[in-house]
Design a protein around this ligand. Structure first.
Ligand SMILES: [Fe+2]
Length: 272
């Protein structure tokens, strides 16, 4: 099964957008590019900061957006919430439910994958947290026998990353999450929040892949400061019984040097 891991979309609707927000038109470029791949993703996972501090109307527009993407490109979207999301606006606008502030977490079972989506976002706080109820839910899910591989998604990386300057904003008390993961065969944890593609490993050996953002990118710190730059990057994922693959999928324009089919590549290497 193939899927696209997108993070930190920071969607904003309307004219006056902050430079760190993304228009739906910008985000659609990601769906359009992914749909053209020979290995077309079966679905899209967004690991939080879905809408940038929006109200119910923004989430209603975001819902319309993902429905349009499914219609146009045949890829449904599953979302996790991040620190720039707002729970009550999300429940009202996106879920069409009464507003409440509780976490949004769920399980999706698909042919070839069990996806567990957690909610580490706490309204108006940058670092993440998973309360004991949600951690218990995670353990209950993982205890259930499942013939397909499992992937866990959340916004805040549950460990350190190479962007040391902002690691204090990752998941708080990550050892609670890490100890659960140690006991079960989870293929990968997918996160966002860093706006920088980075990989890590939990103490029990589970890999963690933190996706770049599609709204903007952060570069490795230089001179004691972080640079926020324009850049669109997603991550292509493939999950099999035997393994999990995650690779950055760059949408920034880059000059073409050469184009070859696999057959032409074989011929090229054979000639050497
Ligand atoms: Fe973000």
């Amino acid at each position: 099964m193939n899927f696209l891991h997108i993070s930190d979309t920071h969607l904003c609707f309307g004219e006056n957008r902050s430079p760190i927000c993304s228009s739906p038109e910008r985000l659609e470029k990601v769906y359009a590019a992914a749909a053209k791949l020979d290995q077309k993703p079966d679905f899209v996972l967004i690991t939080g900061d879905f809408v940038h501090e929006g109200g119910p109307a923004d989430y209603a527009a975001a819902k319309q957006f993902v429905e349009n993407m499914e219609r146009r490109y045949g890829m449904p979207t599953h979302v996790a919430l991040g620190n720039h999301d707002r729970h009550d606006a999300f429940y009202r606008g996106y879920c069409e439910m009464p507003a409440h502030s509780g976490p949004y977490y769920y399980r999706i079972k698909m042919p070839g994958l069990r996806l567990l989506v957690l909610d580490s976002a706490v309204d108006d706080q940058v670092p993440g947290r998973l309360d004991s109820e949600q951690l218990q839910w995670l353990e209950d899910q993982l205890q259930k026998p499942c013939a397909t591989p499992t992937v866990v998604a959340l916004h805040h990386p549950p460990c350190g990353t190479t962007v040391y300057a902002t690691n204090q904003n990752n998941l708080q008390k990550p050892e609670l999450f890490q100890k659960i993961l140690e006991r079960y065969p989870v293929k990968a944890v997918l996160a966002g929040h860093k706006h920088f593609p980075t990989a890590a490993m939990l103490p029990g050996g589970t890999p963690v892949y933190t996706g770049a953002g599609t709204a903007f990118a952060i570069e490795m710190p230089q001179g004691g400061a972080l640079s926020f730059v324009d850049g669109i990057q997603a991550q292509f994922c493939a999950v099999y019984d035997q393994g999990f693959y995650w690779s950055p999928f760059c949408l920034d324009e880059r000059p073409l040097l050469v184009r070859m089919t696999p057959q032409q590549m074989r011929e090229y290497h054979a000639e050497k």
